[in-house]
Design a protein around this ligand. Structure first.
Ligand code: UD2
Length: 306
């Protein structure tokens, strides 16, 4: 299957990752964004892309929006782990029920393929690092559980109804348009905002914690591959770079790029914060042909320019 002249819906397409998927595809396809603008922004929706203001908790709205669609990229979700702990019912309504609604609407419209935004959060604190996909999931939050449940729904709909589904377990995605405004926003969006405003950086812990930071550009590429490759239905793939860098490494790179002596304050480590997280991306390489291309320095330069 090729993504040309196709009819595509991106749920959460006014948000960070969804809007970049919509932007990438709009030139050659008929792209619609389905978003309730609760965290996404109208301004993120690319020109020439229709915005349907709808909520994935309402199946009837999805059924209408998916009419004639060939591929759905399901990116809409609650992405806030702390909120999932405070209000697990809300998280479940959006991430579990919402994902089920998306699949039901796909089934009723004969949508051929669904690409689903899952998360490394379903692993919890895995022993094996880099972590392969066959690690036994051990989510530590309602969010991790809801993402895992979404994956199982994907797999079940693939085997019951033949809808081609692919789940992508995102690691630490960064890039322009990521919201830096909550205390639990992605660390690179927060650092980039603080640098632009000439403020200091706060590190929780000793800065030696390592993360697998993957550029949103590479994540878009993974989504496109997932929508077009054969023999991947029902599968889940890690999407990261396979390289784990410490926050201290990242800060020295930021210092080099900006030429500034960055003011860094070290605070107490966050409770439950993982020491190291890193994707084993062999399966994504083998089955999707996924090779991350954006090196952190290049990605950071772009982020600082945005
Ligand atoms: C990531 C995901 C989360 C979930 C989780 C799975 C993001 C944004 N979050 O959480 O959704 O999938 O992985 O385990 O991708 N930090 C600072 N200073 C700051 C902000 C953060 O030191 O101003 C630290 C933070 O304590 C952590 C690291 O930076 O050690 C990364 O934090 P994060 O919130 O970007 O991502 P993470 O890995 O906690």
């Amino acid at each position: 299957m090729k993504l040309k002249d196709s009819s595509i819906v991106v749920t959460g397409g006014a948000g960070f990752i969804g809007s970049w998927i919509a932007e990438y595809l709009r030139a050659d396809n008929n792209v619609t964004v389905f978003d309730n603008l609760s965290t996404g922004k109208k301004g993120n929706v690319p020109n020439g892309v229709e915005l349907i203001n709808g909520d994935i908790r309402h199946e009837n709205e999805l059924i209408k929006a998916f009419k004639g669609a060939d591929v759905v990229f399901h990116q809409a979700a609650n992405v806030q782990i702390p909120l999932s702990i405070e209000n697990p019912s809300f998280d479940s309504d959006v991430n579990m029920r919402g994902t089920l609604n998306v699949l039901e609407a796909c089934r009723k419209n004969d949508v051929k393929r669904v690409v689903y935004a899952s998360s490394s959060a379903l692993y919890g604190n895995p022993e094996k690092i880099p972590t392969p996909e066959d690690t036994i999931p051990n989510p530590l939050s309602p969010y991790g559980l809801s993402k895992l449940t979404g994956e199982y729904y994907m797999k079940i709909y693939s085997s019951l109804y033949g809808i081609e589904t692919v789940s992508l377990r995102y690691f630490n995605v960064y890039g322009p348009r990521q919201n830096p405004d909550s205390p639990y926003s992605g660390v690179l969006s927060v650092f980039s905002k603080n640098i632009k405003e000439s403020r200091g950086l706060t590190v929780f812990g000793d800065g030696r914690q390592r993360r697998d930071f993957v550029s949103v550009k590479d994540v878009v590429e993974a989504n496109i591959l997932s929508a077009t490759k054969d023999n991947v239905s029902g599968l889940a793939f890690n999407i990261g770079t396979g390289i784990a860098l410490s926050l201290n490494d990242v800060i020295s790179t930021l210092g080099r790029i900006t030429g500034k002596n960055l003011n860094v304050i070290y605070r107490e480590r966050r409770q439950g914060d993982a020491k190291k997280s890193c994707a084993d991306i062999s399966l994504a390489k083998e089955k999707l042909g996924f090779t991350p291309k954006v090196e952190l320095e290049e990605g950071l330069r772009e982020l600082l320019k945005s």
